[in-house]
Design a protein around this ligand. Structure first.
Ligand SMILES: [Zn+2]
Length: 111
């Protein structure tokens, strides 16, 4: 697997996708909230879970990570995409090479 750095287009696309997901959640909430209790809430939570699943899948397919300690580049599994903390462009991961847990740098996979 080959990787490259983020460029400006990637950053813009990611930001747009994030905004789109937030809008979907807000609109979904506005439509589903007036439904009879607790159906609206249940459907809304299901909807958010589905959206998170799609985002995690997208993240695993699109991104790899680089260890800041040893510069090893690696993929993550979908379960890690869910369970590990993420900030903009970084993710707290354990490097499969040097076994250090650090804020790994997000990079883009080249197919
Ligand atoms: Zn490492």
């Amino acid at each position: 697997m080959q990787y490259r750095e983020h460029n400006e287009t990637d950053k813009r696309t990611n930001l747009l996708l994030l905004l789109f997901a937030l809008i979907l959640i807000a609109v979904g909430g506005a439509y589903l909230a007036p439904l009879k209790w607790p159906f609206g809430l249940v459907i809304f939570l299901g909807f958010i879970a589905m959206l998170l699943l799609v985002l995690a899948k997208w993240q695993t397919n699109k991104f790899g990570y680089r260890c800041p300690a040893c510069t090893h580049e690696f993929d993550i599994k979908m379960i890690n995409a869910f369970l590990t903390p993420h900030v903009w462009g970084k993710k707290y991961l354990k490097c499969p090479e040097c076994y250090k847990s650090q804020w790994a740098i997000e990079i883009i996979k080249i197919k």
